[in-house]
Design a protein. Structure first.
Length: 316
């Protein structure tokens, strides 16, 4: 047992150190490319022009960066998905449906309810929560600085934001599945066993505060991040959760199989990255399915539902 443990530790150390070196080299290469070849001072100049145009009005700048831009990203992306959900076209999207035969087409009455709830959560919960966030951010000297953070620092922040979100979302989400809380709060979100993109923020108001919004807001507030970093992170968070719920395993996008399986089975795959699910064993069932085999970035155009199909049912 001691030899097995030492071998495991040695292999883990080797993998970790190799991964760290590769990640560092990648970050340095991309950073050099961003700063010296591709963009130069483009983003810095654009930010200064925008800041001057807004006459340094920090509240307006914050609303645009933390509310307007992420909302446009969310509804722009989901608008495309909604066309596919409602009309079944273009087939380039619908052929990648995960749960075949579901939402084909989507129930329009159920869809309208989801859209109204999502809009309500944004306007009456998410946006008002930006007010205390604004004053917390103002306590830092960096949020509205005229100098943008370096690309390397943004990557560091992005990593921290992701870890914070994973921890907070996993435990609050799993708590929401406690029988006492589930029937009163989280059950609303699980009305969709085959989710679509807009369902990502279709939730009870308490869940939207605790599980959807706070895990995303906490990282930037703790780090005192620049408003540009906050805006980029909010866009990334909204787009990734939309992809996780969209119901389509599209080429070159992150795999939604993990969270789609959660909506299908309820008691599996509570997290975002899956790290805590692995540590707590809440993905054991998922790992035994074809969905787990499909849980990867699709690099071709053949739907994974065809290349890795579900096994035939026993009565077939």
């Amino acid at each position: 047992q001691g030899k097995k443990l030492s071998d495991a530790l040695r292999i883990s150390a080797y993998v970790f150190s190799t991964g760290l070196l590769m990640f560092t080299a990648l970050v340095n290469s991309v950073s050099w490319l961003m700063q010296n070849i591709t963009l130069g001072n483009f983003w810095q100049t654009a930010w200064l022009e925008f800041y001057d145009y807004m006459e340094g009005d920090e509240w307006t700048i914050f609303l645009i960066g933390a509310a307007l831009v992420p909302a446009l990203a969310f509804w722009g992306f989901n608008g495309i998905l909604l066309v596919a959900d409602i009309t079944g076209k273009p087939t380039f999207i619908t052929r990648y449906r995960i749960q075949l035969g579901k939402n084909d087409p989507v129930d329009t009455k159920k869809l309208c309810k989801a859209i109204y709830t999502a809009l309500g959560n944004q306007f009456f919960i998410s946006f008002p929560m930006l007010v205390p966030m604004f004053y917390i951010m103002k306590c830092w000297d960096n949020t509205f600085s005229k100098e943008l953070p370096t690309f390397q620092w943004f990557l560091v922040e992005l990593s921290i934001f992701t870890v914070v979100e994973e921890i907070l979302f996993y435990y609050t989400h799993r708590l929401g599945h406690h029988p006492v809380l589930y029937k009163h709060i989280h059950k609303k979100h699980h009305e969709w066993t085959a989710p679509i993109g807009v369902v990502s923020i279709y939730a009870h108001p308490i869940e939207h505060i605790v599980s959807n919004t706070l895990p995303v807001m906490t990282g930037p507030m703790v780090m005192g991040s620049h408003i540009v970093s906050v805006s980029a992170w909010f866009c990334i968070a909204l787009l990734t959760t939309s992809i996780s719920h969209c119901g389509y395993h599209l080429p070159f996008l992150p795999s939604p199989e993990f969270h789609d399986f959660h909506h299908l089975k309820f008691n599996q795959c509570y997290g975002v990255l899956g790290v805590l699910d692995f540590l707590h064993g809440t993905d054991k069932m998922f790992r035994q399915t074809k969905a787990f085999e499909r849980h990867k970035v699709l690099l071709g155009l053949t739907p994974l539902s065809q290349s890795i199909p579900e096994p035939p049912k026993k009565d077939e």
